[in-house]
Design a protein around this ligand. Structure first.
Ligand code: TYD
Length: 202
């Protein structure tokens, strides 16, 4: 059986990637593909428990501990959801993945990017997405979309999110084949058209 495809959706909070992921799912299902949705952190089961800590724990969380929790969740997602689905020839759409850790914990929190790459590699067993879509939007717009009820990560402030955004843009420059930047300030329909054009090429 032919192997499936692994597509990841990335961008700062409020960029609209989850809406686009669901639209692409519908598009692919209509074309007859089998699609599996997952997310990081917290696809299901144990992952949901880790997600709850990451987004809602209100005591002290060190930057390194935060990184390891995201990585632990990633290992679980890769082992129990992503790899089995790809081996069954399905298309996996994953809401956030390795590039989030580089952008948020690396560029955002200032941890060593080389080390994060190494740890990401351990968590994924070296599996790389076939395609990564980065939904790019200016920080003011994304914060407006997030609104006033913010989780632990979303409360990090404008400067943090500027660094995250720049991190994603740097990553896209480093890996232009895999990572495609989509202008997410456009309407939902226009962004979807753009996503479909890129996905069809894959
Ligand atoms: P989520 O509610 O899934 O945010 P969004 O809807 O914007 O994807 O929360 C995930 C949060 O965790 C988000 O603020 C990004 C952050 N995150 C990291 O900091 N590092 C990571 O490796 C991952 C996967 C997410």
């Amino acid at each position: 059986m032919q192997k499936g495809k692994f597509i990841t959706f990335e961008g700062a909070d409020g960029c609209g990637k989850t809406t686009q992921l669901l639209l692409l799912r519908d598009y692919l299902i209509n074309k007859g593909y089998e699609v599996v949705l997952t997310r990081e952190p917290g696809a299901k089961g144990l992952g949901e428990r880790i997600r709850d800590i990451l987004l809602n724990y209100d005591g002290e969380v060190s930057d390194r501990c935060e990184s390891f929790l995201f990585l632990a969740d990633r290992a679980q997602n890769i082992d129990t959801i992503v790899i089995p689905a790809i081996e069954q020839g399905k298309i996996v759409l994953c809401d956030r993945h390795t590039d989030s850790t580089v952008a948020y914990q690396g560029y955002g929190r200032g941890l060593d990017v080389e080390q994060i790459n190494m740890l990401n590699n351990l968590a994924t067993k070296g599996l790389k997405p076939d395609l990564t879509l980065v939904f790019d939007v200016d920080v003011r717009t994304s914060m407006k979309r997030v609104g006033t009820s913010k989780d632990r990560m979303e409360s990090a402030g404008m400067e943090f999110f500027n660094r995250v955004r720049n991190g994603y843009l740097e990553l896209a420059k480093l890996e232009p084949e895999r990572i495609k930047v989509v202008d997410a300030t456009k309407s939902i329909e226009e962004v979807h058209e753009c996503v479909v054009e890129i996905a069809d090429r894959l």
